[in-house]
Design a protein around this ligand. Sequence first.
Ligand SMILES: *Cc1c(COP(=O)(O)O)cnc(C)c1O
Length: 428
Amino acid sequence: MRQFDFVFDDVSKSSADYVEKIETEIRKQFEYFNAVSKYNSNKVIDAFRKCNISARHFNMSTGYGYSDDSRDKLDELFATIFGAEKAIVSPQIASGTHAITVALFGILRPGDTLLSISGTPYDTLLSVLGNENDENIGSLRNFGIHYDQLELNSKDELDTENILMKLSKNKSIKVVYIQRSRGYSWRKAISISDMEKCISEIKMHFPEIIIMVDNCYGEFCETKEPTDVGADIIIGSLIKNPGGGLAPTGGYIAGKEKYIDLIAQRLTCPGVGREVGSYYASYLPFYQGIYFAPRIVCEALKGAELTSAVFQKMGFQVYPNQGQERADITQSIMFRDENIMLAFMHAVQSASPVDSCAIPYPWDMPGYADKVVMAAGTFIQGASIELSADGPMREPYIAYFQGGLSYENIKLAIMIAVDKISKIKGCI
Ligand SMILES: *Cc1c(COP(=O)(O)O)cnc(C)c1O
């Protein structure tokens, strides 16, 4: 087919050709992502039709937001897409961490135990769980809620045998928690099939246990969601996958009606629940965002795959490897060198549509032991469904890369990175 080559003045021909050549070698994998996207797009369109979405559902509301039809319809739409009985989708949820926090506090009571079965949860959740030197900031621990965790097995999968043993020993466990994405660890994301096997075993022996899944970064990476394979509650952020790059803020919680109703009491107030909550702006971008989300996730997956292939070829360790199963949109690259890691961050920033002339510097981020460097030139502040990368400045210098609303943009970032890194390392 005829090609139209656009020449970027900061990408040499050799770097561009290098990336183009690798791209032709991984086309097959792109077909798989396209097939997943096609299925998920159809699932979303089907839900829009079943829910009878109309222009009036985009209308804003004010004050208490009693009988806010747009809000209620958006909840119904997400529930339908995720095969859940009910959902809460709200711009009043400030972040993914907030959504998870509301869900945990909605379900757990003093004396209960929360058991994570995918190792240590995402960094920002640690202060929500609390620890022994905790001051009184209202963590779960401060409220007398216990926490325990199990690691993944040697194959990076849920360790069902150990989980069942733990559940039979500790009768105070009420919620079993799974983090689908890998977060800041060098491990596999949990696949839906792995989750399905483990959840069915848990449900068979301990039907009263509530399965909660942190679904951040995982939505639409596969044709099923955790709720399709027995999870009782799933949670995510709208400035990641399901916001489709358009939702300006917010989060969602979806699952069994009895749990979602309890969580709604915590989101607003006991006795009031989901009856209130207005939004003095159109709900349009939330609807448009979820509509585009499967496509946007597909762009991100293709970009992650290209990134993986290119850096593997350049001699770096990557995770996942090119061709490996992807259950979330993130890609890790181990640079083993401070300057190369920084060059990569500069490339990502300079390829961004916003703030392309900014230069990312490592900084002392609150709550982290080492300096952290971040690259993000996003339309929505901090949105990591958009082109972004970050990582702590410490051995072995791992960058976590994700998002990009268009594959072309991700490819540009990779070309610029190849250009910069080959000048340092001379590896292409
Ligand atoms: C991003 C993320 C969170 C937290 O979401 P924020 O919006 O950053 O608070 C939690 N878990 C995982 C796996 C994430 O990727």
